[in-house]
Design a protein around this ligand. Structure first.
Ligand SMILES: *Cc1c(COP(=O)(O)O)cnc(C)c1O
Length: 424
């Protein structure tokens, strides 16, 4: 029988003794979530300012997604792709129309979708672009985060994430982020580039927002050199940055419109995290036929990919984002949040910058990157009822669920302000 948990310390001790130590969590043990709120084992209530790394954009335990999950769980959960099922087709039609692509390849976790995009891009390079076999190059950006598999860490520059995991997968070259010159040069030096894989905003690197026209111009450079633009929107996508996708630019519409002046259309769009609103691992790779059709039966797959339960949840999670106008809310609240944090930057020597887009934001703590200050501030925020986590040492990311109200956001800003101004 499973051991009952009566105190936070008890749960922490169990994880410490029986779980691999591949994470270093903040010392809070959560037992319930609803909307923008989380509760710990002792019943203390918190504002969630991480949203499970933007997987719960729709808020915790969204009732509509929960109902869809429960209904489908009692009907059909998994058939494998050895057979057809009656939910996958409608989902594929829905998600491709929603994001404006011919086809989707369904996977589970984010990194699997990145791996899938890499495989498609390489195969496209050999079969459509005519690159000699095994010589395809994919350009990536420095300080990227695309997940944890052996191939994906092959082009990470986080030494801690790489050390003693080699040998690595070849065929990647890394250039500085937000540097179009470097991209141009990389293409000129390497005739066999098949793709550029990039995050429209670098989340894990500390919410690094590039120049307004970076992705649009990068896309033009890719087109000139007949290479694919692979947009990893696992963290930035699905309304987080104040539009449906970060590649929508500053488009103010609620859905997907492909307006010429703001939207940059990637050749491959990679989604995960909020695609299921925090219920199940559901990820997706979207592309047009000319690219996606390089994949034929037996060449790629996943037992759980496209399972009825996951795709029913994903369809509902996308409906909820649109119906509740979450992009619009993220856009509006994001502005207010950065305005309030800017006032804090001016008042506190401890905070040097606020940056971000929509409700994907970060503040930079004015201390050495290897100092414990950001961690200690997050501990104080927790004491004061708000949960956030440092990223890259001295940066604190702030990414609440997109169902937050303006009033709640102001309460959160009050907590952050009070915590930082009283921090010693
Ligand atoms: C989280 C994330 C991933 C990896 O997703 P997992 O579901 O953890 O495998 C990949 N790319 C980006 C940009 C992410 O934020």
């Amino acid at each position: 029988m499973m051991q009952e948990i009566n105190s936070s310390q008890q749960a922490i001790d169990l994880e410490d003794k029986f779980g691999a130590h591949n994470y270093q969590p903040l010392p809070v043990v959560l037992s319930r979530g609803e909307g923008v709120y989380l509760w710990d084992v002792e019943g203390k209530k918190y504002f969630d300012f991480l949203s499970a790394y933007s997987a719960v954009n729709q808020g915790h335990c969204h009732p509509r997604i929960k109902d869809a999950l429960i209904e489908q769980a009692g009907t059909l959960t998994l058939t494998s792709r050895a057979f057809y099922n009656d939910v996958l087709g409608p989902y594929e039609k829905y998600i491709t129309e929603y994001f404006g692509f011919d086809k989707v390849l369904p996977m589970n976790t984010g990194v699997e979708a990145v791996e899938t995009a890499i495989k498609i891009a390489r195969k496209w390079g050999y079969e459509e672009k005519g690159v000699p076999e095994n010589e395809g190059i994919i350009i990536v950006a420095e300080n990227n985060f695309h997940g944890r598999t052996t191939t994906v860490i092959s082009f990470s520059d986080d030494e801690n994430a790489r050390r003693n995991f080699g040998p690595f997968t070849a065929g990647f070259i890394s250039i500085p982020y937000n540097d179009l010159n470097a991209l141009q040069k990389a293409f000129e030096k390497n005739p066999h580039v098949v793709a550029f894989l990039v995050e429209p905003i670098q989340g894990e690197a500390g919410v690094i927002t590039p120049d307004e026209d970076y992705i649009r111009k990068a896309s033009l450079i890719c087109k000139t050199h007949n290479a694919l633009l692979l947009a990893d929107e696992i963290q930035t996508g699905i309304a987080r940055t104040g539009s449906l996708l970060a590649v929508c630019g500053n488009c103010n519409c609620e859905g997907h419109c492909e307006k010429q002046d703001t939207y940059t259309r990637p050749d491959i769009l990679i989604l995960g995290k909020a695609l299921s609103g925090g219920f199940l691992p559901v990820s997706a790779v979207l592309a047009d036929d000319a690219v996606m059709n390089v994949i034929q039966p037996g060449q790629h797959g996943s037992t759980y990919g496209g399972n009825p339960l996951g795709v029913k949840v994903a369809m509902t999670a996308l409906e909820v984002v649109r119906d509740e106008k979450m992009a619009q809310n993220a856009r509006k609240l994001g502005k207010i949040f950065r305005e309030r944090m800017q006032l804090l930057v001016e008042r506190s020597p401890l905070v040097s910058t606020v940056r971000g887009k929509g409700l994907l934001n970060a503040i930079v703590i004015n201390d050495r990157p290897d100092s414990a200050t950001a961690w200690e501030i997050c501990i104080s925020l927790k004491e004061n009822g708000l949960l956030a986590k440092p990223t890259h040492g001295n940066i604190i990311r702030f990414a609440p669920p997109l169902v937050m109200t303006e009033e709640e956001l102001h309460s959160c800003c009050d907590i952050i302000e009070k915590t930082i101004l009283n921090f010693k």
